[in-house]
Design a protein. Sequence first.
Length: 286
Amino acid sequence: MKNKKIMISIIILSIIIIALIGVIIFGVMKGGTFSFLEKTTTLYNEEFSDITSISVNVKSYDVKIKETNKDSIEVEITGSSKNKDKIKVEQTENSLEINQEESIICIGLCLYDEAITIYVPADYNIEYDHTSSSGSLEVEGVLTTGNIKTTSGDITLKGLENGEVNSTSGNIKIDNAQELNVNSTSGDIIVGKVNDITLSATSGDVEIEEITNKISGNTTSGEIKINKLAIKEDSNLEARSGDINIGLENKVFIDAKTNSGDIDIDNSNTNPILTITTTSGDITAK
């Protein structure tokens, strides 16, 4: 019996070792790295002038845009030294492009952080285009225009004058905006003050502090909460499964309908018109 247990243990250990070797070989063949200790190092640091637009297309890097007192834009990239050739930074006239050529598979003890930090002067007007498969985006300053798309990662913006923000899996937080189009498949949408906004959320809550002109929004599964609504143009809100709560700042005519839920509104016979619909959820606007 004892010899049988030893034999079973040897077989299990052999299977584990073979599986581990297979994973290592697969990772290396796919362009990955294997190391028992990988630390963060600076892969790139360069300054650029006369830049009006920035385009970032990455697969696994976190990206931060910070304000600087310098007169030029600075790009700093950190990660594993073995991945230095996987990312390219190029300037073409007034445009700056940052591209990650392939994602990295790290097997072993990987202690490094893949990060891109872009330092932008506070008085620069920047057009920003961003695409990422896995990684967060955080912007300290105000972007003039933005086209942002992430597959997996949170998006945090201080300000966006005009733009579109899309997230498949991750929360979206924007402090201030003028004209905004926001779409989220799985994640919450949180907005501070906005003039015009169009939004869609499949699974996640929506919370907006203040709207000063117009909104068109819908959620499939999630609540909509607007603390201060002061619309000047006709607007509409729809929630299939979730409550809608609105704090009115001005008089509007409310057309409210629900299949299953309570309605509690302060209505006025005056323009603009606010149309609110829920399939299953309460409507409160007062």
